[in-house]
Design a protein around this ligand. Structure first.
Ligand code: DGL
Length: 250
């Protein structure tokens, strides 16, 4: 049977996860869907995010997917139970994978910074998971302004510098050891984040989920993976961003 995975996010951010999964070749086909007409999700009510997620699932079912990855931390933080109820195949979110990825790199006394949307940070799922693993030096900060910056590809250094000051001025950035990119849009500004948090290791949902998929489902690489990019609005823009993000891969 052909393995066809649906990967969805509110917009272009989930492309960072799709790229890791594409490179891993763990599925024959990938159908990527960005709900660009309704991005951002992370500042909306939980009930709205759940409704949008169920609609995305219904849409992706038209493509006969047999696996779903929510390449969105906001969706993963509040809509997984509902999605699992409605899907007759595996549904996997990115938060659990991110927590496992921290465990691989962080020492127990490390200072861990979690950044994400309001929904993800308010859910406290990363914090709870990391506490359970014994970590206690955890700071969580909602950084929703990074989402439109990535959607608009407005990564101007000056603009980001101001936003970094707004969100992080109170931190002693040299002391941050690990930064959890708790939003799949953020790997697109990881170069700037690494420069700012110059002593930190960044945790990326895409790399993390590939590890989890291999471990939990014993998936092995296929000879080839095909990928399709779909969006609820302006698919050309999404394909353009995908072209840049995937560079010479597709
Ligand atoms: N990329 C998403 C996440 O991981 C959603 C960002 C948003 O739409 O607010 O949370």
């Amino acid at each position: 049977m052909i393995s066809r995975v649906g990967i969805f996010d509110s917009g272009v951010g989930g492309l960072t996860v799709a790229k890791s999964i594409y490179q891993s070749r763990l599925f024959d086909e990938i159908i990527y869907f960005g709900d660009t007409a309704r991005v951002p999700y992370g500042s909306k009510n939980e009930s709205t995010i759940i409704r949008y997620s169920l609609e995305a699932l219904e849409f992706l079912k038209n493509f006969d997917i047999n696996f779903l990855i929510t390449a969105c931390n906001s969706v993963s933080s509040c809509a997984l139970p509902e999605l699992k109820k409605e899907a007759n195949f595996e549904v996997v979110g990115v938060i659990e994978a991110g927590i496992q990825a921290v465990k691989k790199v962080a020492k127990i006394n490390n200072n861990i910074l979690i950044i994400g949307t309001k929904t993800t940070i308010n859910s406290k799922l990363y914090e709870i998971g990391l506490h359970e693993l014994g970590y206690s030096n955890i700071i969580s900060i909602p950084t929703p302004l990074f989402v439109p910056i990535v959607e608009e590809e407005a990564y101007k250094r000056g603009l980001l510098k101001e936003i970094f000051e707004l969100y992080f001025a109170h931190l002693d950035r040299a002391k941050i050891d690990v930064v959890v990119l708790g939003c799949t849009h953020f790997p697109m500004i990881s170069a700037y984040l690494s420069e700012y948090f110059y002593n930190a290791t960044l945790i990326h949902s895409g790399e993390a989920i590939v590890e989890l998929l291999k471990k939990r489902y014993h998936l092995v690489p296929k000879p080839i993976t095909n990928i399709q990019f779909l969006a609820s609005e302006n698919p050309h823009h999404l394909k353009e961003v995908a072209g840049k993000w995937f560079k010479n891969l597709i």
